[in-house]
Design a binder for this molecule. Structure first.
Ligand code: SAM
Ligand code: DTB
Ligand code: SF4
Length: 329
């Protein structure tokens, strides 16, 4: 019989004034000390044996005008992908129903757009309303938004908007040239101001330095309100994209990145996001110990493979972890 651990009730106030040297020092702490610190912080706000699961669906695939160097959906790269127009609402709802039956509590719909057109938003709002009616939380990621579009999504009942910073401001122009870091911050501010929960994180393993990882985490942690969800993606290397062939990151450095995200943003759901297919079960277990408490669940991410659901269920069983649905603590 499993025994619910007692939460440690020392709720230090959330900090938004972290400094770069502090974040760098955390990333470099002795590994055992870092994981102990992260796990201690984690237990203040969360049940350590509960992990939230979100499923992803690409509702519009490929032919994207942007040049994000990691992305198989950019029209500029030859990545062997079949582009698909915006899906009909009923097909999206069928996929959401399946995800719910598998145990997902949140359904995230992603579109390969620089920014949506107003008429696209109308159909996305119908999708959001349909998914909510199934009793699931909703998330969309559609690129840059105008005020009007953000409001339409809010009025449609959207719970979360995903928009990643991807990397540090310094390294950003090595990865993307077709829109700026400030464009991203502007969209995030619109989403926050409209009262939609923010899902914002980045990708590591793109050839960035330790300082870039620290600066990405710092940028997130300095936001006036921490993003409710913080996806940390390990680059999925796709043939044909410019970042294919990048030297892979030390798995323990990835675990450290998760741990520091947890320490800086104690109340946020830190998601062990893309890249799990290439991770061992043991590495994922370390990420959970470091404070990750959310995953993308389902055989596919947007266009690339994710671990099979049966495999994840077995892993959760082996770890004594329950799938949780609770959202922001
Ligand atoms: N087009 C919209 C945008 O870029 O905001 C939404 C979809 S885009 C695919 C969502 C996010 O997926 C990106 O910001 C990036 O962080 C992540 N992503 C895309 N390709 C990836 C890859 N190969 N490995 C890891 N993460 C990836
Ligand atoms: C996020 O941070 N990661 C997800 C989701 N938000 C939209 C996307 C991962 C995409 C991985 C590459 C692909 O499958 O196309
Ligand atoms: Fe387009 Fe988004 Fe991929 Fe960039 S990450 S190429 S904007 S789909």
């Amino acid at each position: 019989m499993s025994v619910m651990p007692e939460p440690i009730q020392i709720k230090a106030p959330l900090r938004h004034d972290w400094q770069l040297d502090e974040v760098e020092a955390l990333l470099l702490m002795p590994f055992n000390d870092l994981l102990f610190k992260a796990q201690t912080v984690h237990r203040v706000y969360f049940d350590p044996n509960e992990i939230q699961v979100s499923s992803l669906l690409s509702i519009k695939t490929g032919s994207c005008s942007e040049d994000c160097g990691y992305c198989p959906q950019s029209a500029r790269y030859d990545s062997d992908l079949n582009p698909e127009a915006l899906m009909p609402v009923d097909a999206v709802l069928k996929a959401a129903q399946q995800a719910k039956a598998e145990g997902a509590s949140r359904f995230c719909m992603g579109a390969a757009w620089r920014s949506p057109k107003d008429r696209d938003i109308e159909r996305v709002v119908e999708m959001v309303q349909g998914v909510k009616a199934l009793g699931m939380e909703t998330c969309v990621t559609l690129g840059m938004l105008t005020d009007k579009q953000t409001q339409a999504l809010k009025d449609g009942g959207l719970d979360y908007y995903n928009h990643n910073l991807d990397t540090s401001e310094d390294y950003y122009s090595e990865i993307i040239t077709t829109r700026t870091y400030q464009d991203r911050l502007d969209t995030l501010e619109r989403v926050r101001d409209a009262g939609i929960n923010v899902c914002c994180g980045g990708i590591v393993g793109m050839g960035e330095t330790e300082t870039d990882r620290a600066k990405l985490l710092l940028q997130l942690a300095k936001m006036p309100k921490h993003p409710e969800s913080v996806p940390i993606n390990m680059l999925v290397q796709v043939e044909g994209t410019p970042l294919h062939g990048t030297e892979s990151l030390d798995p323990l450095t990835f675990v450290r990145t998760i741990a520091v995200a947890r320490i800086l943003m104690p109340q946020s759901r830190v998601r062990l996001s893309a890249g799990r297919k290439a991770m061992s079960d043991e590495m994922q277990a370390l990420c959970f110990l470091a404070g990750a408490n959310s995953i993308f669940y389902g055989d596919k991410l947007l266009t690339t493979d994710n671990p099979m659901t049966n495999h994840d269920k077995q892993l959760f069983d082996r770890l004594g972890v329950r799938m949780g649905g609770s959202s922001y603590a």
